[in-house]
Design a protein around this ligand. Structure first.
Ligand SMILES: Nc1nc2c(ncn2[C@@H]2O[C@H](COP(=O)(O)OP(=O)(O)OP(=O)(O)O)[C@@H](O)[C@H]2O)c(=O)[nH]1
Ligand SMILES: [Mg+2]
Length: 246
């Protein structure tokens, strides 16, 4: 990870403008104040790009706008908001050609955003966090050059915070996927149950809910018990793929 930070550092120094990509479902958790601090100390213009807006309630987002300025709301998946972003970049550069660094937490959609601005599949995208390993320069048009970077965590997240894990660790490497899902359930139970079409669980604790979800998906371990590990990985996977709407 330290290596990834070096790349991000270099890109922040190199770029004229920096886009910080943030996951709209977890704005506070995927906003990197450490990166923001570095950008500020270099006196470089920063635009916060709130991505995956297709997964959240628009009214809730609008309430947060003031605290995030300068920011643009987009959905890289649905090609929404990117024209506005392009406009904003050129506004900051006063119409001049610019080098734009794209930074942020893993899995927030940095590469997807670059693909969108470019309009062609140039920056490889993956639902697996930590997919982009090095920096990659991409020409969006005659004016805008983008630099993709690997996602980095804030050093304060390196202790074992499960909610951060959900956004950043690979679900299939996860040793305790159920623990990560418990932390997801704590904040988004209703949406998760809705997503999998499970109701009438008012009297069940979270462990039982996972068992119920495993049964519903027909996932059992060889002894016949519901396969909680398997269903937990699947939930983390769906979360990382941006399938679960809030
Ligand atoms: N629903 C939804 N999913 C998105 C959106 N943008 C990206 N995703 C998904 O989020 C996952 C991660 O996207 P990437 O573009 O690879 O993210 P990244 O920030 O480059 O990730 P790293 O390179 O690993 O740091 C993929 O499964 C994308 O399809 C979006 O606007 N909406
Ligand atoms: Mg990437």
């Amino acid at each position: 990870m330290a290596n990834f930070w070096k790349i991000v550092d270099k890109v922040i120094h190199e770029a004229d403008i920096i886009l910080e990509v943030i996951d709209a479902r977890m704005i506070d958790k995927t906003r990197n104040l450490e990166i923001e601090g570095k950008i500020q100390s270099l006196n470089k213009p920063l635009i916060r790009v709130i991505n995956k807006c297709d997964l959240v309630d628009k009214d809730e987002l609008v309430k947060k706008k003031k605290l995030l300025e300068p920011c643009v709301f987009i959905s890289a998946k649905n090609f929404l908001g990117t024209t506005m972003l392009r406009k904003k970049i050129l506004q900051v550069s006063k119409g001049e050609a610019v080098l734009v660094g794209v930074v942020g937490y893993p899995n927030t959609g940095k590469s997807s955003l670059i693909n969108c601005l470019r309009g062609k599949g140039v920056a490889p995208v993956s639902s697996v966090s930590g997919y982009t390993k090095g920096k990659q320069n991409v020409k969006a048009d005659n004016k805008i050059h983008l630099i993709d970077t690997p996602g980095v965590l804030s050093s304060t997240d390196l202790n074992d915070d499960n909610s951060i894990k959900i956004a950043t660790k690979n679900f299939y490497n996860e040793k305790d996927p159920d623990v990560a899902v418990f932390s997801l359930l704590k904040e988004h139970k209703k949406q998760i149950l809705d997503h999998y079409g499970l109701d009438n669980v008012n009297d069940l604790n979270d462990e039982k809910i996972l068992e119920e979800l495993a049964r519903k998906a027909n996932r059992y371990v060889s002894g016949g018990e519901p396969d909680v590990q398997m269903i937990s990985k699947r939930i983390l996977k769906d979360w990382q793929h941006g399938k679960i709407k809030l």
